[in-house]
Design a protein around this ligand. Structure first.
Ligand code: HEM
Length: 335
């Protein structure tokens, strides 16, 4: 595993328990004291550190790994990956769906990386299933630690993650570990929101000052102050109020309830479509190629053969599955 991970473990121990504890831990685990971020260390170094930390603190690997996951998230942000992490998605589902793309991108810097893989399965009703695949065994408790921290910090929500299934040697992907988590997400307690609201209302002077400051910075927003600071004419809405309500509407609602709309048919001719999306491929349940963009045909001329099968030329990188009729049917939203 890259030194980045071991350095993160070291920073967790030194920050939470002090330098001395780290020195004791690293000597008990018989590993070095410092690690180079971009150097690869044997996985046993990390595993030994986790094992010794469990004995020293007299807690289970679940507790240590979860704590590590939580710390890993802030460690990544401090290491300069904050913006990158924020662009992964507008909600937790999108965030998880893009984790493989994130690790693939990171593999440009960490070239020998053997990254885990993640897949979201949407389910009826409440929650979603998170599939975690890894070539390493016994690290899966890191995942709830990271995801819970992400949900709290980026999406202002609490999640609970329950392990539904854990299997070794996943037949489909060849990865050694496959763990399925049931993820349930809840917006942070209504009480907190009310409390925030009360705090705002209690300090009208502060609110008025903030509004004046904002008006100074944005002269275009010259409407009357927000509610509580003078009556608005009937039916009138300040520019500021409008902007604020649009932003808040987006913030509170888009994240949870956005539903796209689709046309009844495609309003585009076949040729125009294939020119506009030059690298697309459409295939049916039997994996037979039905249509392709013009450029991909140049690079893979075999695609012009009638009813050629997609798996004659391509493998699926994400999600990590082997193309088959069953997989295509189950995973059609994710392919
Ligand atoms: C920009 C932020 C991130 C960076 C820089 C990063 C980097 C890394 C690196 C270098 C490794 C070691 C892989 C190896 O040496 O083979 C790793 C492993 C791992 N990463 Fe990320 N990662 C990031 C974000 C995330 C997030 C958000 C998750 C969410 C679950 C995640 C989950 C994991 C897990 C569970 C492992 C342990 C290895 C395994 O399970 O096989 N990472 N990551």
């Amino acid at each position: 595993m890259y030194g980045f991970i071991n350095t993160c473990l070291k920073s967790l121990v030194t920050e939470k328990f002090g330098e001395e504890t780290w020195e004791k831990l690293s000597s008990l685990a018989e590993v070095q004291d410092t690690f180079m971020t971009y150097e690869v260390y044997d996985d046993t170094v990390t595993l030994r550190l986790v094992k010794e930390a469990c004995s020293m603190l007299d807690v289970s690997p679940e507790v240590v790994l979860k704590l590590f996951g939580e710390h890993f998230f802030s460690f990544c942000k401090q290491a300069g990956y904050d913006t990158m992490l924020r662009t992964l998605g507008g909600n937790l589902t999108e965030f998880i769906e893009n984790l493989d793309a994130l690790h693939s991108y990171l593999a440009l810097s960490y070239q020998e990386m053997n990254a885990p893989s993640f897949r979201v399965e949407k389910i009826e009703g409440d929650g979603m299933l998170l599939h975690y695949y890894s070539d390493r065994k016994g690290l899966y408790h890191i995942v709830p630690g990271i995801i819970e921290a992400v949900a709290k910090d980026f999406f202002d929500s609490e999640v609970t993650m329950t392990i539904l299934n854990q299997s070794e040697e996943d037949e489909r992907t060849g990865k050694k570990e496959h763990v399925v988590f049931l993820v349930k997400q809840q917006k942070r307690s209504a009480a907190l929101v009310v409390e925030k609201g009360q705090r705002r209302a209690k300090d009208p002077q502060q609110q008025a000052d903030a509004f004046k400051g904002m008006q100074g910075r944005c002269p275009g927003l010259s409407g009357p102050p927000p509610s509580g600071q003078g009556p608005l004419p009937r039916g009138a809405r300040s520019h500021w109020g409008l902007v604020r309500s649009v932003v808040l509407w987006g913030k509170e609602n888009l994240r949870y309830t956005f539903t796209p709309s689709y046309p009844d048919k495609l309003w585009m001719e076949e040729k125009a479509f294939c020119n506009s999306f030059p690298f697309h491929i459409v295939f049916d349940q039997d994996l037979k190629v039905k249509q392709t963009g013009v450029n991909i045909q140049k690079f893979v001329p075999g695609l012009q053969t009638k009813d050629i099968r997609i798996d004659e030329y391509f493998t699926i990188v994400h999600p990590q599955v082997r193309p088959s009729r069953e997989e295509v049917t189950t995973l059609k939203a994710e392919l």
